[in-house]
Design a protein around this ligand. Structure first.
Ligand code: M6R
Length: 615
């Protein structure tokens, strides 16, 4: 995780780096640091706090005109979040500086070797080991900085995105990546570096996304030079044009990114449908799916691999594909899958799902499935992300940047894309008849407007939250397509309000969770009309008999559940298969309001980070 920003050029690096780090704080925010330099002066500032505090700390120091700088916002892996462990780290000579995202797995062995050579370590980090390894390599091999970094990295096991600076070479930055993303913005006689492109959106549209195992030399006033680290071959970098703009990554009048992103869902879903759902032609067109449709139509099995919220979307995908394609589906946690020596058949289709496209376990699981010969079709939000490059084909969700750590619009757009895929394949396979297909398409095309309408009047959700923000626990129940939504609702509450919450298939309640129910237990039940309505009404009766407090998510106009529940939230009517697109919304808002009432940091909950790029 961790966020990296660096700049070399004629502008003042300080505001670029501070603003950039603030944009990257979603990646980690337990400590922050910055290094600034010109040919004669240097300064390093680090705080065991957020970037805002770093800014205040820098303001206390004397000003000087820097021409190069690097900054870091940390999500601790090796060593507690304190000032010593914060980046940038310095080599023993005091000449080399590094910011690092990732984990050096063999750091202990390397550190022991360096200690034998009389190196001293001032932090507990693996990053300080790496910068001293580079220094030692420079000494031993008598090579330029870029070469020394390359030789040192060939001894490293693990993941890294790094920026290295040598005080003796003030016009140069060396950056390299393996498993941790790095974007390089190309300016006029200048370079910007970021863990993603958001730090330099207002400065340049030209970006090079470094590939795994690549190193780039960024010399002021010279073109970028990229080499492959292991085979030492020069690479022609591919320059992409940035599509996101500054507006996409600002709060736009909302108090929090999470709230903005909840309210962006109508637009995000429209974007996910645009050019794919063609109402006038009664068709779904996803070119990459068409290209690989035989893989799907002949698949023995579909394996969906993901983590967290994306895994929940995968569970909805399981219901969709099994209903419409009639192919068995397994949904796997990437972290379990990768270590299980999984059985993969050559006619399996593997679908990784990831918002960031950088989740380390999902990426590793893809590599394993690929090695075993599976066809990989990804669903990602971030264009050009590592996962999107690792797959044989795939679809982007086009949700736009999701900055709040709690996933919202990423989830509903993932379900939108899964719905499009399942419907298209179901139609191709002949499982869905023409009339039904048309009905589904019509319904899907109306989802953004219906969500827009729902979001116009959500005051009751805030009011309901006032009754439960002090509860220590909360249970979420759903059946069928809404079981994954119950899991997602519980995850949202846990991660941003720190209330213990559990999601369960409603019928499983009797096999354990019912023991928890008393007059103090809020139970959120998704009880939409289509699906297993009668069964869920019985579950509600069972909760009521045990005095549990029932918050029911019901279909507009419902009267039965209204008589039983303590609170109801009405959502638009829909087919069961599309109901997660609506039932998720009140659960997102319920968590949001509860977290606010508890004084929690909604966008940056404790201990979490947006992209989990370490396993
Ligand atoms: O970027 P990804 O979709 O691969 O991330 C996976 C999870 O880390 C993520 O969904 C996480 O669970 C959410 N931030 C929770 O809201």
């Amino acid at each position: 995780m961790c966020g990296i920003v660096a700049y070399i050029g004629d502008k003042n690096p300080l505001p670029i780096i501070i603003e950039g780090l603030q944009r990257l704080e979603y990646r980690g925010y337990d400590s922050a640091g910055i290094f600034l330099s010109n040919k004669s002066e240097n300064s390093t500032t680090k705080v065991a706090a957020k970037v805002e505090d770093l800014k205040l700390e820098i303001e206390k120091k004397p000003n000087f005109k820097a021409t190069v700088g690097m900054g870091h916002t940390r999500w601790a892996t090796h060593g507690v979040p304190n000032q010593e462990n914060a980046h940038p780290h310095l080599s023993n000579s005091g000449d080399l500086f590094i910011v690092h995202n990732g984990i050096i797995e063999n750091y202990d062995v390397l550190k022991k070797e360096l200690i034998k050579r009389e190196y001293t370590f001032y932090s507990e980090t693996d990053s300080e080991v790496l910068i001293n390894l580079i220094e030692e390599t420079q000494k031993q091999e008598q090579v330029k900085l870029g070469k020394a970094v390359q030789i040192a990295l060939n001894q490293v096991v693990g993941a890294y995105g790094i920026v290295v600076f040598d005080r003796k070479k003030p016009d140069e930055l060396v950056v390299a990546r393996l498993g941790s993303p790095l974007a390089i913005g190309l300016g006029k006689d200048s370079f910007y570096v970021g863990s993603d492109a958001t730090p330099f959106l207002e400065y340049t549209r030209d970006v090079v996304y470094l590939e795994d195992s690549e190193i780039a030399i960024l010399k002021k006033g010279k073109p970028i030079k990229v080499r492959n680290i292991s085979d030492d071959i020069e690479v022609d970098p591919y320059i992409e044009k940035l599509k996101w703009n500054l507006e996409n990554i600002q709060k736009g009048g909302y108090d929090h990114f999470m709230l903005k992103e909840i309210f962006e869902q109508p637009q995000a879903i429209s974007n996910a449908l645009r050019g794919r759902l063609l109402m006038s032609e009664n068709q779904i067109q996803i070119s990459s799916l068409t290209e690989h449709e035989n893989k799907f139509l002949n698949a023995r099995r579909i394996l969906i691999i993901a983590c967290g919220t994306s895994w929940h979307a995968g569970l909805v995908g399981e219901y969709l594909f099994e209903s419409f394609l009639r192919v068995p589906v397994e949904v796997e946690y990437a972290s379990e899958f990768r270590y299980r020596n999984p059985i993969i058949f050559p006619d399996d289709v593997v679908i990784p799902i990831s918002q960031s496209g950088e989740t380390a376990d999902t990426l590793a699981a893809i590599k394993i499935a690929k090695e075993k010969g599976a066809f990989i079709f990804g669903i990602c939000n971030v264009v050009g992300s590592s996962i999107s490059r690792e797959t044989h084909g795939g679809v982007y969700t086009h949700a736009g940047p999701e900055i709040g750590v709690a996933s919202t619009k990423a989830f509903t757009t993932q379900i939108t894309v899964l719905s499009l895929m399942a419907l298209k394949l179901g139609e191709l396979k002949g499982v869905i008849g023409k009339v039904k297909f048309h009905d589904y398409l019509t319904e899907l095309s109306q989802v953004p407007d219906k969500i827009e309408c729902f979001l116009k009047n959500t005051n009751n959700i805030r009011e309901i939250a006032t009754h439960y923000h002090k509860s220590p626990n909360c249970l979420y129940l759903g059946r069928g397509y809404n079981f994954p939504v119950a899991l997602e609702g519980a995850l949202k509450l846990k991660e941003i309000s720190y209330i213990h919450a559990e999601g369960y298939p409603a019928a499983e309640m009797k096999h354990g969770p019912i023991a928890l129910i008393d007059e103090n237990m809020p139970v959120v039940v998704i009880a939409t009309k289509k699906g297993h309505y009668d069964k869920i009404v019985s579950n509600i009766q069972e909760i009521k008999s045990r005095k549990g407090k029932i918050i029911a998510i019901v279909t507009q106009g419902d009267t039965t559940v209204k008589q039983l529940a303590d609170h109801v939230i009405e959502i638009p009517e829909s087919s069961e298969c599309f109901s997660p697109l609506f039932s998720t919304l009140p659960l997102q808002l319920f968590s949001y309001h509860i977290a606010l009432m508890r004084g929690c940091n909604v966008d940056q909950p404790r201990n979490l980070a947006k992209s989990v790029t370490v396993e």
